[in-house]
Design a protein around this ligand. Sequence first.
Ligand SMILES: [Zn+2]
Length: 606
Amino acid sequence: MHTHPSSIHYNVNVSSIAGHTFNVSLRIENPDKNGQVLTLPAWIPGSYMIRDFAKSIVTMIAQDDAGQEINIQKIDKQTWQVKAVNSAVTIKYEVYAFDLSVRGAYINDEIAFFNGTNMFLAVQGQTNKCCSLTLLKPEQESLSHWKVATTMQTKMQETHAFGDYWANNYEELIDHPILMGEFDILNFSTSGVEFELILAGGHQADVKRITKDLTKVCQHHINFFADIAPVNRYQFITLLTDNAFGGLEHMSSTALMYSRNDLPSLSDAGHMTDGYRVFLSLCSHEFFHTWHVKRIKPQELFGAALDKERYTEQLWIYEGFTSYYDDFSLLRCGLITQSEYLKVVAQNLTRLIRNKGRFKQTITESSFDAWTKFYKQDESAVNNIVSYYNKGAILAMCLDLLIKNKSDKDYSLDDVLRHLWNQHGKLSIPTPVDVVQRFVETQLNLDLCDFFHSALYSTEELPFTELLERFGIKCHFSPRESLDDKGGVKTTSPIKIEFGAQIKAREIGIQITQVTEQTAAYNAGLQVGDVLIAVDKWAVSKENLIAQLNYLPIGQVTQLCVLRDKKLKQLTFKSTAAPCDSINLEVIDQERTNHWLGLPANTHEK
Ligand SMILES: [Zn+2]
């Protein structure tokens, strides 16, 4: 319970929209007698990269109870020490906020959004104490209609109001993103949980359809874990822009960024576009995290300090399994059809087999090095690293199929997740690195030792082709149809000659943005940044490149005309047959497929 402002109290005020700044004040009733140390996190849970949020603190002063300024000593990039005093101290600081991302802080004329990691100094030695927060209403008349969206606790009767909020401790304080400004609030509820879909940034979407569909997704996840939901209130805080994508999970909310153009409109008449499916999948993914990573947590991240990197090999369990269930649950609640789902799976498989980095980095290494590799990708990523999301989701699928197959359909990956919830998440017991293997071996009595060893600690290909076949699904491999081809559908006019690079259109020619190793482009010596202007003597554009290449007989040697650093170069290109790196899936035995996808035999489409 909490009736008075706690001994640690923060005030937040939008001080300048033009300057994109918040004013924060922090009052500490009982500062450390030896001089209070204050720190700001270097990273935000769920996003494994050092971001040095303290760089956005512009100015800082400290005052004692009498209003006298006291000295602050900076200890390192994110640590300060206030001179010892015999009274309460107040720290006043200004935070620059112009990072429009789910993990940032941002102010414009319509919204002010922030994560606590960017804003709230931690009071060393007192992070277990209750904290209170006052969000001050902007004084400008033009902002008088602004509201507040957050799941932080409050005693106020009025909802979405400026005023007083509180958290049990610092970890909780920084786990409730806060949105102030203009936005729509769409309410829905299921299984005893009150949901709010918050839409900021303007849109013309069919919100009735979205809330109806989200209700099904949320209900699915709550039923999936077969227990009362760990929250009674949940917010999807969505920042809509012209073209953005992102999501970050929190204990009872998620911050999302999405393209307003990809939400369904009233004229869509129920049609499922790729853009809308991906939105539902993103919401599904983040809400699944409410259990899986926010409460079921890897040992290495459990209560981890946020001052530096915390390494874990377990992200394949957390992001991989979540990525498997985000789309699978859309099928299970009837929002997409079996063929739509299999197209998504085939696109994920295509992405994996085009990634040469899977032969150099294991999935556990990918997890461990997320901080410096996955989160700091450059043009070499396709050749050098593997994604614990992409490979993790396919690993999850393989594991699901293996468990079903070996247990004669008695068990599935669902049982693994329920075990993780009941024996770990619910009891606040972090997961050890071999938690999945141990459960499968000792509780399900299945010997999957070889699979785990190969999938987790080697770069061998996952056995998806044979496993899918056991469930009545054939993997077809064919050359892509275009450079933008993502796979997933049967190719009708496959390309004949391999290129091997990603490109973007230029006014003249095309610019190379990525070169896949051991391909024709790589062997010709094309490099990222090159502007390819002609193949043989013929000018190329993004539109005609494939046609130009298709003229070349296999084995022919041709000159490429390239501008590199504005110097003309001739490169020798040897044409080779296009590889079969597009996958599409065909159901050849629906009855067996049903043992995986769980649909009645005659249900092909919704
Ligand atoms: Zn995730």
